[in-house]
Ligand binder design. Structure first.
Ligand SMILES: NC(=O)c1ccc[n+]([C@@H]2O[C@H](COP(=O)([O-])OP(=O)(O)OC[C@H]3O[C@@H](n4cnc5c(N)ncnc54)[C@H](OP(=O)(O)O)[C@@H]3O)[C@@H](O)[C@H]2O)c1
Length: 356
């Protein structure tokens, strides 16, 4: 397809780790838009979001993607990250690498969730500044907003109340990422955006019952119950909480849309009252019960659904106010039924290679 994607790293062991930060008075080169030859680093390119961003960039003809694997570049390691940036000097960075998981993984491994995310984002954001990256997109999550934030949640609700305790370490790390971006923008004039997607799903999702999010877990449970002719499926929680879901291809579309914005609109996001923070979602919600019913129908499971109310529900509602993105001219395009249908077909086609 004429796209040169370099996976893996060049030999960097011999190269000095000294990557000098921009000198005082350095003015970040303004970019009209992300051009097709720009060097782009997608961190976390094998994950749900990163892989969708890569597919999207390739489809649009971006020819200079740098995609080191986790094994080649552990982003928790500061020296290696600094060396990588000093050798590669990417123009743009999509920061989609993170320690990610559902309620169970967050509650049972809180130390990993805070440590890994703090390290990954601090190393990447700092090295991006040192090597004069033009634009960076940091991915956070809607769990940064208070548990009882008014609905729908606006960007201005950040740091206005108590977080949901089950994922507080993860949320604190992501909040730190936002504040890191804002602080580098303020002090050094960098151009980093933080985007807060709602619950995502789609191709390359994690289907592990221990660490997955609600939708992939539902798909897997109903599918396995269908093939094993089980009479019922037991689901965590009461089914009452409401959730908003966005297909990951829409997420990638929004990410590339933002990185391609002309300078005037990009700057207006940085200088607005939300200071570079944007929600990404559909602006609509369903109850977990309704979602489960839809997945059951698409998968074709005929048995009973049982909700185990003894298990935690998480936040009662998590709906994002997406009016800032609408004002910029972006809206989600993939409906829930279509998105789940696509995801289940992809699941069936990839049964042997699923992340479980
Ligand atoms: N999934 C959602 O519903 C959702 C919702 C809102 C926000 N987000 C945000 O979107 C971003 C991406 O999430 P995702 O769902 O795509 O997660 P994911 O599928 O688990 O992907 C995360 C990626 O990060 C990589 N990674 C993890 N630790 C790393 C390290 N120390 N060094 C290098 N690479 C590392 C993983 O590499 P391997 O593939 O090699 O393991 C993987 O490619 C996160 O910031 C998350 O907060 C996700």
């Amino acid at each position: 397809m004429g796209c040169h994607v370099r996976r893996g790293l060049p030999e960097i062991g011999f190269i000095s780790a000294s990557c000098h930060p921009p000198t005082a008075g350095f003015v970040y080169e303004t970019v009209r838009t992300m051009n097709k030859r720009a060097k782009i680093f997608v961190a976390g390119h094998r994950g749900l979001v990163g892989s969708a961003i890569v597919r999207r960039l390739q489809r649009e003809g971006y020819v200079n993607l740098v995609l080191p694997t986790y094994e080649e570049l552990d982003l928790r390691e500061q020296k290696k990250v600094r060396e990588f940036f000093s050798v590669e000097r990417p123009d743009h960075v999509f920061l989609a690498a993170a320690r990610v998981g559902g309620i169970l993984a967050n509650s049972s491994r809180p130390a990993e969730f805070i440590y890994d995310n703090l390290m990954i984002q601090s190393n990447v954001i700092h090295a991006a500044w040192q090597s004069q990256v033009k634009r960076l997109l940091f991915l956070g999550s809607s769990c940064i907003y208070p548990k009882f934030a008014p609905q729908p949640m606006q960007e201005s609700h950040l740091l206005t109340g108590q977080l949901e305790p089950t994922n507080e370490p993860y949320a604190i790390a992501k909040i730190s990422g936002i504040i890191l971006c804002r602080s580098y923008n303020r002090q050094y004039g960098t151009r980093y955006l933080s985007i807060m997607p709602t619950n995502l799903y789609g191709q390359n999702d994690n289907f592990s019952l221990e660490s997955s999010h609600v939708l992939p877990a539902l798909i897997r449970k109903f599918h396995e119950a269908k093939v094993s002719h089980s009479p019922h499926v037991t689901l965590w929680g009461s089914g009452a909480p409401k959730r908003e879901l966005l297909h990951v291809d829409d997420m990638a579309d929004a990410s590339v849309f933002l990185m391609k914005l002309d300078e005037e609109r990009f700057s207006s996001i940085l200088s607005s009252s939300c200071e570079g923070l944007l929600n990404i979602g559909t602006g609509t919600e369903v109850t977990i019960g309704e979602l489960a019913e839809l997945v059951r129908e698409i998968v074709g499971f005929k048995g009973e659904m049982i909700f185990d109310s003894g298990k935690p529900d998480g936040s009662p509602r998590k709906l994002l106010d997406v009016s800032q993105m609408k004002k910029l001219g972006w809206e989600a395009g993939i409906g829930l039924r279509e998105g789940i249908d696509r995801t289940y077909r992809w699941f069936l086609d990839n049964l042997q290679n699923l992340r479980m």
